[in-house]
Design a protein around this ligand. Structure first.
Ligand code: 6R9
Length: 647
């Protein structure tokens, strides 16, 4: 396959925050003199005590340490709220769009400061102090932002749990970090349906022996909930009468800011811990440079604050830069498939940041939903969460962006705090499907299974050779697990768990999690590659590919395929698709089994749960494990039913 390339548009090259020459210079400086580079970047924040020690890190077991700006002091909320409220009190911080298109709310920086301070005072009055953990289980409503920032203001550590998680998952997360306080809502509202958040909290608290003393409940829908005397209180009553003055707590740069739980390949979800100074420098820098953010622009990150993308870009990075950030409560297809583009027009969004899975689901509904809207305000598009297949990329570029807007395909992880590999829109020529090049301070390497560093155009395991400010500092309560998970596979390097190819131009192409790589007759095959080939077929909406045991080849390829609304499964179409993949990639990629699936099992953040697909492919139906975190657990039964016909 020949790779398309999109040079930097002339008007971007002329007008960019960072052009190609600046990008090269800054990358070199960050690599050769990190202290000089990062002490300059740290100036983007207001420090109570400016840091003099910049970088003190080692990934070696004997003196393992990750410390950035360690003698600096700052407050994250003061940086995200107060300094903008002082300078531009009436500037809009948050544009909130409800699930129902008739509901919206505008919050200026001055109002944000008042709301955050009132809640911060309320938390203090309930005994929350610096270092305490606060669990936040809220829908995408402004109170979620108030709650996170109120914690940051008083030095409490927030742990946001996505509103789609079950009581059991919530219980585990409250238990692991030992929160004494939970902030929730009566109900969430998504796509016209209610989510029983308060009832879930009640069930979680019934589940286990938890230390929770206080539950603060936002009245969102007015739905009926049970309030437990002495433990539960309404948010609006708690903050009423609280002072709008609350001095931000001075925090050391290395004091914790938040915990965010994320699943690994083994065991319970890990509590990824981020600290204050390095995280905010990284969030602010990447938000500004990657999105080429300029004051006054409207920025919309469509991710839920329950995920890291919502933390770093809806909230911390955007607000640190004084941006106007759009917060959307609903889903892309409600009331209809045009919703995203209506929101873009309504708020004149300049920068849109979303995930390929959302794009594919909208793409299959046809272009008309998009083209009936204007979208003239859009200037830049972003992608995150998984490799973006060229079809989705082209649709995003040509249909959504009318061919005008560069796409920044940003590779990063909960663990990395912010973008790691991404184009800079005024500096980097784009190749659809490639996250392109590392950002300042990021030193990626590709290693083989033995850890040997591979040079040139090659494929390998993606590791990062040195620390960057936004890096996670530990797994909550389990520093040993932190070291073992990320630094023991390839000693001295951070292991990402991703496979990656580097091309002749030094561009990086993420091939998917390494545990998803299939070894067919000794040849490595990226599942993402086969999936990309399948979705390139006009009748295919989505595909997921996993390995399965194969007598001759070691591993065979098992493909699950969801068809577009206009196509019907048939034996002929199955043959056609198998041939198609052979043609697109080569005989090595020929799927051994192709199963038509009405839907794929996805987490509520939209990630395909390959573990389940692998078990079905292996016919280990009694080992499917926990399916409760799926957006729709019923999908699994349909897959099991469809297996027989396919095999
Ligand atoms: C931000 C986020 C991290 C994993 C990561 C990788 C995949 C994320 C990607 C991408 C290819 C991109 N991933 N962005 N793969 N291209 N632009 O998604 O964090 O939920 O922790 O997931 O997602 O496999 O390792 P997280």
């Amino acid at each position: 396959m020949t790779e398309a390339s999109y040079p930097v548009p002339a008007e971007w090259a002329k007008d960019a925050l960072i052009d190609a020459a600046a990008s090269d210079r800054m990358y070199a400086e960050a690599a050769t003199d990190p202290d000089a580079f990062w002490s300059k970047e740290a100036k983007r924040l207001d420090w109570i005590v400016a840091p003099t020690k910049i970088k003190d890190t080692s990934f070696d077991e004997s003196d393992f340490r990750i410390r950035w700006f360690e003698d600096g002091q700052l407050n994250v909320a003061a940086n995200c709220v107060d300094r903008h409220a002082d300078a531009r009190p009436d500037a809009i911080a948050i544009l909130w769009e409800g699930d129902n298109p008739d509901e919206s709310r505008k919050i200026s920086y001055a109002e944000l400061r008042d709301e955050v301070s009132k809640l911060a005072n309320c938390l203090k009055s309930r005994g929350v102090t610096k270092g305490d953990r606060v669990t936040i289980y809220l829908p995408m409503i402004p109170e979620a932002a108030f709650a996170m920032l109120a914690c940051a203001r008083i030095g409490a550590i927030h742990s946001v749990v996505f509103g789609g998680f079950s009581p059991e998952s919530l219980c585990n997360r409250i238990h692991d970090c030992d929160s004494r306080i939970v902030i929730t809502a009566d109900e969430g509202l998504r796509g016209g349906k209610t989510v029983p958040l308060k009832a879930n909290v009640d069930a979680a608290l019934d589940h286990g022996d938890l230390a929770v003393e206080t539950v603060i409940v936002v009245r969102r829908t007015g739905g009926k909930v049970t309030m437990t005397e002495g433990r539960d209180c309404w948010y609006h009553e708690c903050v009423e009468g609280q002072s709008t003055d609350c001095a931000p707590e001075p925090m050391n740069a290395e004091d914790p800011l938040f915990i965010l739980y994320t699943s690994g390949s083994t065991g319970q979800p890990k509590g990824v811990l981020h600290t204050s100074g390095g995280y905010l420098v990284w969030a602010s820098m990447t938000h500004e440079y990657v999105f080429n953010y300029r004051q006054g622009e409207i920025f919309w990150c469509a991710a839920d604050v329950g995920w890291v993308t919502g933390h770093t870009y809806s909230l911390y990075g955007a607000l640190a830069n004084g941006a106007t950030t759009v917060m959307f409560e609903g889903v892309p297809n409600y009331p209809d498939h045009s919703r995203f583009w209506q929101i873009v027009d309504k708020y004149q969004v300049n920068i849109l940041y979303t995930a390929p899975t959302a794009l594919r689901s909208l793409m299959r509904e046809g272009d008309d939903w998009v083209t009936r809207t204007s979208r003239k305000s859009l200037r830049l598009l972003g992608s995150v969460g998984e490799p973006i297949n060229p079809e989705a990329w082209n649709w995003y570029h040509n249909v959504v962006g009318d061919g005008r807007c560069p796409i920044v395909d940003t590779w990063w992880q909960t663990e990395t705090g912010g973008h790691m590999i991404s184009p800079l829109p005024g500096a980097t020529a784009l190749k659809p499907g490639s996250a392109t090049k590392p950002l300042f301070g990021v030193i990626p390497e590709l290693v083989d299974a033995e850890g040997k560093v591979l040079d040139g155009a090659v494929e390998g395991n993606l590791v990062i050779a040195d620390s960057w400010p936004g890096q996670m500092r530990t797994v909550w309560n389990d520093h040993e697990r932190f070291f073992q998970t990320y630094f023991s596979t390839y000693p001295g390097k951070y292991f990402t768990g991703d496979g990656c190819r580097r091309d002749e131009d030094g561009y990086y192409w993420i091939t998917g999690r390494v545990d998803d790589v299939i070894n067919v007759s000794g040849h490595r095959m990226g599942t993402a590659e086969v999936e990309s080939a399948l979705v390139a077929h006009a009748k295919v909406a989505e595909a997921a590919v996993v390995g399965m045991p194969h007598d001759l080849k070691g591993q065979g390829i098992y493909a699950y395929v969801t068809l577009n609304a206009n196509a019907e499964p048939s034996a002929d179409l199955r043959k056609e698709l198998v041939q198609w993949v052979r043609r697109e990639i080569g005989p090595i990629a020929t799927p051994d089994i192709l199963q038509f699936a009405p839907a794929l099992p996805k987490t509520r953040s939209g990630k395909i749960m390959r573990r389940i697909l692998r078990k079905i492919a292996e016919n280990q139906l009694d080992q499917l494990g926990d399916t409760s975190t799926l957006a729709d657990p019923a999908v699994v039964d349909a897959l099991i039913a469809g297996r027989e016909e396919a095999t």
